[in-house]
Design a protein around this ligand. Structure first.
Ligand code: KG4
Ligand code: ZN
Length: 409
């Protein structure tokens, strides 16, 4: 039932102690929040009680099916969510030895995400809420990614967060459970998206070792085998723009171009890979890390200038599927060491999409009586939804120069 290592359990214990000081009345668990996630291609569910204990969780990943299809086909994703939602929710309840009547509220992702996927979670949550007379707590998927680290570590507000996934890339200050300030976001695609597309073009799934992995995982493993990581030169995106926005399209095009040249040079045919595939993956990973560091460095400086992060709480949280990448995480750790920031990321299982982060966000809202909705008709899904209040033009106007930190390969 418990997905956590002993180390995490110890962290939980200190977390529990810490939260008891904040919510002293709730000494014994009385409330339980059920979380449902279906925003993209994972059907997830989890139950957390108000002692911050994860009672159970279940996840159905559609990754292998979408790998075979060459990407996510929204209708296929919806059909899979439809057939998996009920077994996943009931499996979660069963593992915790609970029924829906024992649940205090149902938290469900309503935005942002693929509409055909989101609607399955919403309809199922509404169905349970109607039938068992429970309130719903609507969840913003990116807010949940930003907050879930607080389940495992004592991280007080405000803190800086870098969210890197297959659908998003953004930097924000998390001021409270429902208060976010957006400092920068991707102007085109997300880092996970380019990893997935490039991995497909490089035919990495033809290597048996990578055949069941996401594009990002495959690129990370291939890059670790590079013998000449400096063979390919890739540009630093948006280097002339003194803001905290991101861009990955140019990087993707440069990688694909270098890949094509090597295919022509080696007369690579059909299912074969280029001989330099590991070096090209390493170059892409290094360029992505450099870009992420460059923008995060500026965000730290902006927070310092505007007093958004206090000197005694210099914390960077990195989350989202791409945060699983150890090379990227280590590069960000070097930046944090230079700037006296502490860095945190959730365990790998909680970086990628899951039901736990939705239940946790639901519990944080429940504890503060935020967004606990009984009028179910007022709830609907939203495909796109900005995170918090945008400070992007303030960041741009501040024109903060940054000397890029050098990270060794
Ligand atoms: O957060 P997530 O599960 O779903 C979205 O909300 O997008 O992130 C999935 C993304 C995929 O693009 C996948 O390739 C990427 O995270 N990813 C990684 C790694 N593991 C997953 N990217 C780089 N390195 C990894 N180890
Ligand atoms: Zn996500």
């Amino acid at each position: 039932m418990n997905i956590l290592s002993n180390k995490c359990k110890n962290i939980y214990k200190s977390k529990e102690k810490f939260l008891k000081n904040i919510y002293p009345i709730k000494k014994y668990a009385t409330h339980k929040i059920l979380g449902i996630e279906t925003s993209c291609d994972d059907t997830g569910c989890a139950i957390i009680n108000d002692k911050n204990e994860l009672l159970s969780e279940s996840l159905h990943s559609q990754n292998l099916i979408h790998l075979r299809n060459g990407g996510i086909i929204p209708d296929v994703a919806q059909d899979l969510h439809k057939s998996n939602i009920e077994p996943i929710v009931f499996n979660t309840l069963q593992k915790a030895n609970l029924s829906v009547t024992d649940i205090s509220a149902i938290a469900v992702t309503l935005k942002p995400g693929l509409p055909l996927s989101l609607v399955v979670g919403m309809k199922y949550a509404k169905h349970l809420a109607h039938r068992y007379n429970k309130p719903i707590i609507p969840i913003h998927h990116m807010e949940a990614h930003a907050l879930v680290t607080r389940l495992q570590y004592d991280i007080p507000f405000p803190y800086l967060v870098l969210l890197i996934s297959g659908g998003h890339c953004l930097l924000a200050v998390v001021e409270d459970v429902n208060k976010f300030k957006l400092l920068g976001e991707s102007i085109d695609c997300a880092p996970g998206e380019i990893f997935d597309k490039v991995a497909r073009r490089m035919k990495l799934k033809n290597v048996p070792e990578y055949s069941k992995l996401s594009g990002g995982q495959a690129v990370e493993l291939a890059a670790a085998k590079a013998t000449n990581p400096h063979m390919f030169k890739l540009p630093l995106p948006l280097s002339e723009y003194k803001d905290c926005n991101f861009s990955f399209n140019g990087l993707k095009t440069s990688v694909l171009l270098q890949h094509y040249r090597k295919e022509v040079q080696h007369k690579v045919v059909a299912d074969d890979l280029i001989p330099e595939v590991n070096d090209l993956c390493a170059a892409m990973l290094m360029a992505t890390s450099r870009h992420l560091i460059h923008r995060t460095q500026r965000a730290m400086e902006f927070c310092h200038q505007k007093n958004l992060i206090t000197k005694d709480n210099k914390i960077l949280v990195v989350s989202g599927g791409v945060a699983c990448n150890d090379y990227i995480y280590n590069a960000l750790s070097i930046l944090c060491k230079e700037t006296n920031y502490k860095i945190f990321r959730p365990s790998h299982k909680l970086c990628t999409d899951n039901g736990v982060m939705i239940a946790w966000n639901g519990l944080e809202k429940w504890n503060r009586n935020i967004d606990v909705v009984s009028n179910l008709d007022s709830l609907d899904i939203e495909a796109t939804s900005p995170l918090g209040q945008s400070l992007i033009s303030d960041v741009t106007n501040a024109k903060i120069p940054i000397k890029l930190l050098k990270i060794k390969a």
